[in-house]
Design a protein around this ligand. Structure first.
Ligand SMILES: NC(=O)c1ccc[n+]([C@@H]2O[C@H](COP(=O)([O-])OP(=O)(O)OC[C@H]3O[C@@H](n4cnc5c(N)ncnc54)[C@H](O)[C@@H]3O)[C@@H](O)[C@H]2O)c1
Length: 304
């Protein structure tokens, strides 16, 4: 289904008091031609002075304050040029699903590394990263987790997002670049299964988080969940709430009829048990495992 603000909960971000004023800011938006990129541009266009899209694909008709450069994020020099003079990078370019590891390494890992390195070289101090709930996909659905728990990626794709979140920390420690990692749930289309009801986020709620990421003065290297006001309770999103996030949409109000039908698990005891759903199934041997949730740190591990 084509993405539109209506189909995934659109509305004016400016009307919300919780997102900081970014009306004088210029951002570089990687992946601005993609599904989420297009939906977010629709939400954000009025809230920013300028949006410079960086994408290998044509982003479609540009608004007055938008421009586009066809640049591959794997090209560090070209990327650095694109970033010069910007206030922030909103980084959404990359593969949004499981792929061969060579592809994931080139675009999601090296490409994201280039974002941080280009930001350092160009003097851009803020990155907003489109991370994924699949960083923590191997947590059980009935366990509410915050954004500070150990990473438990459910796929090579999820693993690439772990790398990128850690990279945000590295560049904060070494270069003072501040970042907001947004672990996006299910975005860009209406909730169409029971899992999506739990992890769905509307365009305007996601846009609110992006604006917080661009403009909030207290961000160092923080991680939040990109989910709307859903009933599931899968995530403790108190870091986002602390930054002023006030979701305005609920999955249930946008759900398709099939979202309420019983789940047909691809790997019983796995895809219906863990939060990551079908992402847990890639190369899974179909044996359900219940890994310990927390292991006390041994004193030996605490020494340098
Ligand atoms: N859609 C979701 O539900 C969801 C959930 C969690 C996380 N995310 C993340 O959000 C981001 C956007 O997802 P999407 O659904 O819009 O994906 P998408 O595939 O529609 O958009 C990705 C964009 O990145 C561009 N791109 C890919 N490789 C590039 C390169 N080497 N250089 C420059 N541009 C490149 C593509 O041309 C495309 O326009 C991704 O990072 C994805 O992992 C999405």
């Amino acid at each position: 289904m084509a993405l539109s603000a209506n189909s995934m909960g659109g509305g004016s971000v400016r009307a919300q008091q919780s997102a900081p004023d970014s009306s004088t800011k210029t951002i570089v938006f990687t992946g601005g031609a993609g599904r989420l990129g297009r939906a977010l541009r629709e939400e954000l266009a009025c809230d920013l002075a300028a949006i410079r899209i960086v994408d290998i694909e044509d982003p479609g008709p540009l608004r007055e304050n938008e421009s586009w450069q066809r640049v591959d994020i794997c090209d560090l020099d070209a990327l650095t040029q694109c970033l010069k003079g910007a206030d922030a990078v909103v980084h959404f370019a990359g593969y949004p699903n499981e792929r061969a590891i060579e592809d994931i390494l080139r675009v999601n890992v090296l490409g994201t590394h280039n974002i941080y390195e280009a930001a350092r070289r160009a003097g851009v101090g803020r990155v907003v990263f489109g991370s994924s709930n699949h960083v923590v996909g191997f947590y059980p659905r009935d366990l509410r987790v915050g954004s500070d728990v150990f990473m438990r990626p459910d796929s090579i794709y999820g693993l690439s997002k772990c790398w990128s979140e850690l990279e945000a920390g590295l560049y904060y420690e070494k270069a003072g670049i501040t970042s907001l990692n947004i672990r996006i749930g299910h975005a860009g289309k209406p909730p169409n299964d029971p899992r999506a009801l739990a992890v769905w986020v509307s365009a305007r709620d996601l846009a609110q988080l992006v604006l917080i990421g661009i403009g909030h003065p207290d961000i160092e290297c923080d991680t939040v969940f990109g989910v709307s006001e859903n009933d599931s309770g899968w995530w403790d999103n108190s870091v986002a709430t602390g930054l002023g996030y006030r979701p305005r949409d609920r999955a249930i109000d946008f759900a398709l009829p099939q979202a309420f039908e019983p789940e047909q698990p691809q790997v019983p005891g796995v895809t219906d048990y863990f939060k990551g759903g079908r992402f847990c199934a890639f190369n899974h041997d179909s044996v359900p495992r219940r890994r310990r949730i927390g292991r006390p740190a041994s004193p030996g591990h605490m020494k340098d």
